[in-house]
Each structure stands twice: as C-alpha cells, then as structure tokens.
Design a protein around this ligand. Structure first.
Ligand code: GDP
Length: 301
C-alpha cells in the first residue's frame, strides 16, 4: 500500500508516516491540475492524506479573502479529482473547527458544519474548506468512494509556527515564556486568561489519522478532539512549569479575549476508537517546550 501525504512539512504532516510526501509547491503545485495529475499518474498512491492548504492568521485572511478561497478550492478540487481518476481507495482530508458556522449552538458536532455562515473574517478560506466535505460526499454518492474528512480542534506540537505576531495561543505562550525566562521578565498573557479551548497534541492527531486510514470505513466526517476544555490561564501555567519559568505570569486585560469557548463533541470519534488514550495536556506541552528549546535557532518563529 502506498500512502501519499500532502502538506508534509506542517504541524500535522510532520507527525504522519507516509511513503510519498509533498511538502511544497516547488515539488508539486497542487493549485495546478496538470502538475497534480502528472504526480498522481507517475506515483499511483492507494491512500491520500490531504493536509496541504493555504493558511494564515486573521489579518492575512481578511486582506486576501479571494486568494484564500481560490487557492484552497483549486488545491482541494485537484487532489480529490486526481484521487478519483487514478483509483485512490482512501482519502482523508483535513478541515478545521474554525470553518464552522459563526452563529451555532455548542457543542460543535459534525452535522452542524454547513448550518450557517462562517465568521466574516475567514469566509473565503472556510467555504473553500467546507467544499472538501461536499466534494468527498459527492464522490461517495456518484462513485461509492470512501473519501472522508477530519476536523481537528486546536492542534499543538513540535514544528508549529512560533511567530509571536501571527501564531496561535500555545506556540505564542511557549515562545514568550522562553524569552521571559531568558530575559528575566514577566510572562504576559493576552486577555483575562478565562477563555476555554480544546487542545489536541499533534502526535495524537497523527496516530488517529493512521487508524482512520486503516479502519474507518464510510464518509461521515469526524471531529478530532479530546472534548476537554482548558483555560488560557491553565495553559499559561502549564507552559511556565514545563519551561521551568519561575517569574511572574501576568494577564494583559487590554488585549482581546476572543471567543469565550467553542466546545466540540467527540462522540463519533469515541465510537470509532473507544480505547484511544490522548496524551495528557501537561505531557504534550512538555514535549513541545523541549522541542522548541532544542530547535530554537531553526524553528519557524
Ligand atoms: P482562537 O482559538 O482562534 O481564538 O485563537 P488563538 O489561539 O489565537 O487564541 C485563543 C485565546 O488565547 C484568546 O483568548 C487570546 O486572548 C488568548 N491568548 C493569550 N495570550 C495569547 C498570545 O500570546 N497569542 C495569542 N494568539 N492568543 C493569546
């Protein structure tokens, strides 16, 4: 069996084993049908794990709405159509909980994906991603293909983007805590520390993806989440402990809290892998902190 992974250099991609790895557009431009088709024709994968996407923070999304829509629609359409054309048996594509409707009843469940407009700040990206689910379902309906989508919550782990300006909260806190320890300053956390998030360790996402490729039949999407809510305050103290930071943790109330919580239900996932043991949050954070410290000079920051 030959597995192809797209987006191999990303946070999730780096945790997934695959025979063939596409890590960037210099290798294969997935926005281009002929480039994508040529690759599939000559490598004939049986399974495709599709994580490649054009991604960006809030500012990038808002300023390039049409580019985010167009590039992601092209990438996703080409990967699924090439998979169909060259007889790929399983495709597992990555979505994200940030593409869910803005006005939605919590907890998020898989069936709510299309029940309302996404947040205005990323609707280009969100609709393009939602079409992955629609296209996979259409391929099931017309051709009986078991192509499916997974929807992880906030993934964290080694190889993340630790840039202080546009990273997510956990890599930002790790980078800030590193600097605070080095420079003997406070660790400054944005907002009140009260908002809640569900974090999932990238290694767990990798393991779950392998299980899904091997054993999950069907086409219904799966939310990948621990369904355990962690406050930003708890996250900050967990990072401080893992870093051995003994200075002060302070909360900057002038910075935005963002959404208070966006819980998900992992019942469908639990039904599929009832015995799966998630990495405890403090262990995952410790591994990520150790990786960041060892790779400080070369990591994305
Ligand atoms: P979200 O999950 O899409 O809302 O995005 P983030 O991962 O960027 O942030 C989530 C929460 O972390 C918000 O409540 C922020 O106020 C809080 N937060 C605390 N410190 C930081 C920080 O240094 N960077 C970021 N990005 N968020 C922070």
């Amino acid at each position: 069996m030959t597995t192809l992974l797209t987006g191999a250099n990303g946070l999730v991609g780096s945790m997934i084993d695959a025979d063939l790895r596409i890590s960037g557009r210099d290798q294969v431009d997935l926005r281009d049908w002929y480039s994508t088709e040529r690759y599939f024709r000559s490598h004939s994968p049986d399974t495709v794990i599709h994580t490649a996407a054009r991604v960006g923070g809030l500012g990038a999304n808002m300023n390039n709405m049409a580019d985010f829509y167009y590039d992601n629609i092209l990438i996703n359409s080409n990967v699924l159509e090439a998979s169909r054309k060259f007889g790929v048996k399983r495709v597992v594509s990555f979505l994200s909980t940030c593409i869910f409707p803005d006005d939605v009843e919590y907890p998020l469940t898989e069936d709510k994906l299309h029940q309302g407009e996404p947040h205005f700040s990323n609707f280009g990206y969100a609709y393009a991603k939602r079409m992955l689910e629609v296209h996979s379902r259409a391929l099931k309906t017309q051709h009986g293909l078991d192509y499916t989508c997974v929807i992880p919550t906030n993934i964290y782990g080694p190889h993340d983007n630790f840039n202080l300006k546009d990273s997510h909260v956990l890599p930002a806190l790790i980078h800030k805590c590193y600097l605070a320890k080095r420079d003997n300053t406070d660790l400054v956390v944005w907002g009140s520390g009260k908002p809640l998030r569900e974090f999932i360790f990238s290694e767990d996402v990798g393991k779950l993806t392998n299980l899904i490729c091997q054993y999950y039949t069907g086409n219904d999407p799966l939310i990948l989440s621990t369904s355990e809510e962690i406050s930003i305050r708890q996250a900050a103290y967990t990072v401080a402990e893992a870093m051995g930071f003994e200075g002060k943790v302070v909360f900057d109330y002038s910075k935005p809290d963002g959404q208070f919580r966006k819980p998900t239900s992992n019942l469908r996932l639990r039904d599929f892998v009832p015995e799966f043991e998630f990495t405890p949050f403090n262990e995952g954070v410790k591994k990520t902190v150790d990786w960041f410290v060892s790779n400080y000079d070369t990591c994305r920051k």
